[in-house]
Each structure stands twice: as structure tokens, then as C-alpha cells.
Ligand binder design. Structure first.
Ligand code: ACO
Length: 337
């Protein structure tokens, strides 16, 4: 018996509070024009003080389970991708597992930042193919708003990020036919740690002296993300186009035959540049960054859910995805919806 993977349910959730670029003008010495021109972002959702990352993940997960038409008791593994966990440890997968009331099932966190969802999809696919698990809940969720420098000092980064969650159920399809095609056709994963400090959050950390966090580190602002935006931009466009082309060539798929591109949402200009480099029609790229900003591990499942709701993504369509983020990490995936 062979086991093949397919995505059988998708769900997403964003907190209700919206912050437009005009709201940010009041706190960050920025302008709507600067943000829109450089990034395409119009607004983002930020949580209130009470919410935590697994609260958003729970809402998205329950919707994905409902849309998959399964009972939550059928889930046998959680893969949780986030760079903004509820706590340093244990992983958010364990907190979510408890909130879902699914004791003892496998719960795993992955830390691949903006590439987290595609790394998670690849891991889910491998577990399904091994025959060890049947219904995997893969969730990407972030609360960035609590970790941003919301003073003018942080404006180059704080305007970019939003809060949100997206989840999918990756399920096993039994197949007796050795050549039958998996709906998740391929995934390709990459990293280059030489660039780790081009986009990172230094503190708290064990590499910082005798304490993971202290007043001096806080005064230096090392608990806020640090980014070399221009370097990220250059590498993101190069790596996303490279890994997208490679996955298509290796699987004998013409880029023009892809029905829909679900890219990570870091910056509209990054996605336009990738489209230009590969001669992809921009009408085939489903972008959501205008509404949500960059929600890191959540961008792709959030986009998938919105595309389904908008009637743009339909069953049977050939989808290609690519992401790039801190690490540096980057990845691509091809699947039939
Ligand atoms: N509002 C107004 N002015 C600003 C802001 C702001 N929010 N932020 C920076 N500026 C100013 C700078 O101070 C600078 O002023 P100066 O010319 O007087 O010195 C000017 O704008 C230009 O700043 P740059 O950093 O050079 O702006 P750039 O054109 O590179 O755009 C941006 C910045 C949008 C971050 C761009 O580099 C980028 O998109 N990089 C990709 C990074 C990214 O998307 N990261 C997301 C996370 S990673 C991921 O998900 C892939």
C-alpha cells in the first residue's frame, strides 16, 4: 500500500483590529505613500493585549478541520510553524494540542520563519508517505505586533508585519497503484546560514553573554527584529525565482501551465520582480499583503483560504508556491489543490 498526500481542508483567522498606514503615520514617522510604494501594504491586523499566537492558530485550525469534513479526533499530528511563539518553550504545537483537546498526538514546532509553511508542508508530506500518520494539522501563526519597535526607530521594520494564522489538513490517500500521482507533487527546501544575521532577532539568546536577556540588551533594542532590507530584497527575488523554476523543470511542469501562484507575502515588489524574472502573468499571482502585511509563516495558508473564498482557487488546479525568509531559508512547492 502506498500513501499519497493531499490538502483536504484550509482555514484562516486574523484578529479583528485593523491598523491602516494612516494609523501608523501617527506613531512611526512614516507615510501611507512610503509604505504603499515600497511594499504594497495598505493595512494589517494587530491583536489586542490578551490574545496569544495559539489563540489565532486555534481559530484557523478549527476552521480547517471543519472545512476538511473530519472530526478533530482524526488528527494524529500537529506541525506548528511560527517565529512568535506563545513562550520560548515548550513549543506552540504543545499549547495548541492542549487547546484542541487532543492529548498524546505528535506535536512538532518548526522555526523556518517566512519559509515555515512550505517546510511544514514538506515534513507533513514525508510523514504521510511513510505511512506513520494519516491527518496532519499544519498551522502557520504569528503575533508580530507585540514584538515590534513601534517608535520611529523601528519604522523600517514595524510597518511590514501583521498578525494572523492559516492552517491546512494534510491527509493520506491510500493507493495501490505505484505510479499514482500524489496531490502534493514536490517540495524543495533550502537554507544558507551565512546570512543568518541579515534578518534576525538577537535577544533573548544564549549567545549574548551570561544571561539570555538583561536590561542592557533591552536598552540596545536587541529584542526587536533587525533587518538589512536591501540584502533581503535581492536574495528573495533571486532565490524564489530560482527554486520555483527548478521545481517546475524537475517535475516537467511548464511555468505557464501553473494555474495559480501562492507566494509568500513579504513585499508586493518582491513578487512582481519574481513574476518579471520568470515571465509569469501577474494575474496568476494571488497577493494578500495589501490587507494583512507580512504574517510570516501564515501568509501562504492565509492566501490559500482567501483564494478559495474568492473563487480564484478551485479544486484540481495546479498550484506553485515559493517563499523566502530569515535564515536565510527558501523553498518551493507544487501541488494539485
Ligand atoms: N517610512 C518612511 N521612511 C522610511 C521608512 C518608513 N517606514 N523606513 C525607512 N524609511 C526611510 C529610510 O530612513 C531612508 O531614508 P534616507 O534615504 O533619508 O536615509 C529611506 O526611507 C530609504 O530606506 P531604505 O531602507 O533604503 O528603503 P528601501 O527602498 O530599501 O525599502 C524595504 C525598504 C521596503 C524594507 C525594502 O528594502 C524591502 O522591501 N526589503 C525586503 C525586506 C522584506 O520584505 N522583509 C520582510 C521580512 S523578510 C521576508 O519575509 C522575506
Amino acid at each position: 500500500m502506498k500513501y499519497r498526500s493531499e490538502i483536504i481542508g484550509v482555514g484562516s483567522f486574523v484578529p479583528p483590529q485593523v491598523f491602516t498606514n494612516f494609523d501608523l503615520e501617527k506613531m512611526l514617522d512614516t507615510t501611507d505613500e512610503w509604505i504603499q510604494q515600497r511594499t504594497g501594504i495598505v493595512q494589517r491586523h494587530w491583536v489586542d493585549a490578551q490574545a496569544c499566537t495559539t489563540d489565532l492558530a486555534l481559530e484557523a485550525s478549527l476552521l480547517a478541520i471543519k472545512n476538511a469534513g473530519i472530526d478533530k479526533s482524526e488528527i494524529d499530528m500537529i506541525i506548528f510553524a511560527t517565529l512568535t511563539p506563545d513562550h520560548d518553550f515548550p513549543g506552540s504545537g504543545c499549547f495548541l494540542q492542549a487547546k484542541l483537546g487532543l492529548p498524546e498526538i505528535t506535536a512538532l514546532d518548526i522555526r523556518q520563519q517566512c519559509t515555515g509553511f512550505l517546510y511544514g508542508l514538506s515534513i507533513a508530506d514525508k510523514f504521510i508517505q511513510s505511512g506513520s500518520h494519516k491527518n496532519i494539522l499544519l498551522v502557520g501563526a504569528e503575533i508580530h505586533s507585540k514584538g515590534l519597535d513601534k517608535t520611529p526607530n523601528g519604522r523600517n521594520i514595524s510597518v511590514l508585519f501583521g498578525d494572523g494564522a492559516g492552517a491546512v489538513i494534510v491527509s493520506a490517500r491510500e493507493s495501490t497503484n505505484a505510479v499514482s500521482e500524489s496531490k502534493i507533487i514536490a517540495t524543495k527546501l533550502y537554507a544558507d546560514g551565512a546570512f543568518a544575521k541579515e534578518l534576525w532577532l538577537p535577544a533573548p539568546g544564549s549567545a549574548l553573554g551570561d544571561e539570555r536577556i538583561n536590561h542592557q540588551l533591552l536598552e540596545e533594542g536587541l529584542h526587536y527584529p533587525q533587518m538589512n532590507g536591501k540584502t533581503v530584497f535581492v536574495h528573495a527575488t533571486k532565490r524564489m525565482s530560482e527554486c520555483l523554476l527548478k521545481i517546475c523543470v524537475e517535475n516537467k511542469v511548464d511555468v505557464n501551465d501553473v494555474d495559480l501562484f501562492l507566494f509568500h507575502q513579504a513585499n508586493l515588489r518582491i513578487n512582481s520582480k519574481v513574476a518579471e524574472m520568470l515571465s509569469i502573468s501577474e494575474s496568476k499571482i494571488f497577493n494578500t499583503i495589501q490587507n494583512y502585511g507580512n504574517t510570516t509563516a501564515a501568509t501562504i495558508p492565509l492566501g490559500m483560504d482567501d483564494a478559495i473564498k474568492a473563487g480564484v482557487l478551485k479544486k484540481g488546479m495546479l498550484v506553485a508556491s515559493a517563499a523566502f525568509g530569515s535564515g536565510f531559508t527558501w523553498a518551493s512547492a507544487l501541488w494539485r489543490q
